[in-house]
Design a protein around this ligand. Sequence first.
Ligand SMILES: NC(=O)c1ccc[n+]([C@@H]2O[C@H](COP(=O)([O-])OP(=O)(O)OC[C@H]3O[C@@H](n4cnc5c(N)ncnc54)[C@H](O)[C@@H]3O)[C@@H](O)[C@H]2O)c1
Length: 459
Amino acid sequence: MTNILCIGAGYVGGSTMPVFASHCPEDRFVVVDINEARIEAWQSDQLPIYEPGLEEIVRQTRGKNLFFSTEINRNIAEADIIFVSVNTPTKTFGQGAGRAADLQYWEKTARQILENSSSSKIVVEKSTLPVRTAEAMERILNSNGSGLHFDILSNPEFLAEGTAIRDMQNPDRVLIGGRETESGRKAVEKLVGLYASWVPRDRIITTNLWSSELSKLVANAFLAQRISSINSISALCEKTEANISEVANAIGRDDRIGRRFLQASVGFGGSCFRKDILNLVYLSEHYGLPEVARYWEQVVLMNDYQEARFASNMVASMFNTVAGKRIALFGAAFKANTSDTRESPALAVCRALIEERADLVLTDPHALDNACDDLKDLGGRITYEIDPYAACKNAHAIAILTEWPQYAQLDYEKIYQSMVKPAFIFDGRNLLDHKKLYDLGFNVYPIGKPPLTRLVSMG
Ligand SMILES: NC(=O)c1ccc[n+]([C@@H]2O[C@H](COP(=O)([O-])OP(=O)(O)OC[C@H]3O[C@@H](n4cnc5c(N)ncnc54)[C@H](O)[C@@H]3O)[C@@H](O)[C@H]2O)c1
């Protein structure tokens, strides 16, 4: 039996370890966190995050070979392998503020591992980290003077929220970076062995440490770049009567481009894209590559532009004022099938409309608690409503901000009847049947397509 510890019971720790536990019944998995409420939630029926399939797998493994605990020190002492999946947010202070990764949680964890270890261990970077972080970790951990040896591996997590369990069960690839030393190679083989319990061996890639660390940042940068690229073209479509869906289809049919991630929208969100690209920007600057830094920074700037453009289009289309107008916002989560609202474009649109003194009602099937927490500084200026029909009552407009499939199934005739006229729909995800809505009487504003409206724009 191998004792495996995961430090950090967030989205990554909390959704990966149950999958490991289900495929490695001989091994023992413990997930620890400093956040007691979070650990309590992991031990209860109300898990702290929503992910399709997660509840079931936690129920199967918890109490058998999967445990959640706040006893970090004791569990470090007992572990053979330690995954570290603590948060690595963008630094908000000092050198590199607003760009560099804040590594304080990581470093604290490394020191805690050192203080509580009486045997050699494998430490696995699961958090997303700047390239060459493992070097600093090696220095801290192997400066112990007690003969203990720590092998550091990089095993970045590629799961996507909303499909985390499916991605973990059936990954495109698993990436493991390690040192080219004898003990480094053994450590890599040990981790390969764990994954090989369910992942075909040819999908497990092993590389050097720095390639592995950098690949995670680059994967997110490339994914976000595709979204910003198609969003930039959506702005051009709106000026030229080209249609972004037709353009995306026409270019996506080229195998070299591919169809996926070409859906224009109000913007990308999530805890990772923005922070990882800014981290890449910072690293490029740090290594004296300003042209590389500017290239990637533009991906983030384009996303800010798309969010701002969406909100200002709403104001322009609604006769240049939304002050005092009730607007129903559909979706707070940064994408469908998650309760996560971190960096959600919905929040940026909320804030922009509040600046314009709109009277907002926000609805979401799973993310209202998180949204309420994120927007608490706005006090009573937003109403939270779980029922989308109630949210629309007496509203002037609806904005679709998350692509929850249930929003495509609503009775829009009933909704139209309950709204103030002229009624507007701004579809920030191009989710709805626009022609049908127009026929019902709505003025419809998609992304990257001509609006369907009976009004003359004053914008
Ligand atoms: N969320 C994703 O989809 C995703 C995907 C791939 C990679 N990542 C990366 O994985 C890492 C974790 O992301 P997350 O979304 O799970 O973050 P999260 O904020 O949901 O969870 C991190 C957890 O670590 C805990 N923590 C912080 N310091 C600690 C300490 N010293 N001891 C014990 N626990 C501690 C926090 O209390 C928190 O519960 C980040 O580096 C992120 O970039 C995230």
